[in-house]
Design a protein around this ligand. Sequence first.
Ligand SMILES: Nc1ncnc2c1ncn2[C@@H]1O[C@H](COP(=O)(O)OP(=O)(O)O)[C@@H](O)[C@H]1O
Ligand SMILES: [Mg+2]
Length: 257
Amino acid sequence: MQTTIFAFCGKGGVGKTSLSAAFIRLLSEQYPQKRILAVDADPAVGLSTALGIEPPMTLDDIRLRIAQSIDKGETADAVALLSEAKFHLLDCITERGNLSFLAIGRPEAAGCYCKVNAYLKQVLEMIAGNYDFVVIDGEAGIEQINRRVMETVDCLVLVSDPSQKGIRVISTIRDVASRLAAAKHCGVIFNRTRDGFDPDGIEGLPPVLAVIGDDPEQAAHDMQGESVFSLSASSPLYGGAKKALDALLREINDEAV
Ligand SMILES: Nc1ncnc2c1ncn2[C@@H]1O[C@H](COP(=O)(O)OP(=O)(O)O)[C@@H](O)[C@H]1O
Ligand SMILES: [Mg+2]
């Protein structure tokens, strides 16, 4: 199966989760026959609420369970361990129609976070091929790029607000990604911009896919804990996500011809 993996990266609070959720909704509605995997890779958690899907178990729960069974000397060898991990993996993938959902969870102890990232990378390598589209809602900052979690990503969607800090974060992510030769396609979504914001004046950025202003409907939705599926099609966030997704899909299709 030809799999296309999208990942959303950027500073905290810029709209990664809202936009990942909108991409996931758009893909699942535009391609009812295709399989889509949504991955919440942010320990701050949020994609589950945005999609209205509550997973019974997370990747970190599995990692912990396996680590505990090793500590107790219950697991015989590496082969048994691997098949146990694969078996448990199914427990944390929740399916809803053509949509599957997987979350890394919220590792509490120090040091666990990079372990769960390493685990996520392996899990993605193992299961991404079962889906047509994978959408990863990434952690804030650059760690997951640094740790090569995003190595298999096809489309890196860099999200920023108009702040210098937001723009610096996406520039750094872009630099690291190009050094690692990760992600063939890369674009920027500016979100929560004010009137008069002009991205043309900002140098050295990948192509700008969409510029989204303030969206009171999205903000109200989030306050009330409603899912992306009830956001109206006239919402600026939804419209901006559609424009960005269409541009990326066009680029991918052009390349395939
Ligand atoms: N265009 C927008 N207009 C108004 N509020 C927005 C917009 N985009 C996102 N938000 C709100 O901003 C907050 C942070 O967005 P979120 O998607 O959680 O960011 P991140 O995942 O990058 O931390 C949420 O409350 C969300 O509803
Ligand atoms: Mg988020």
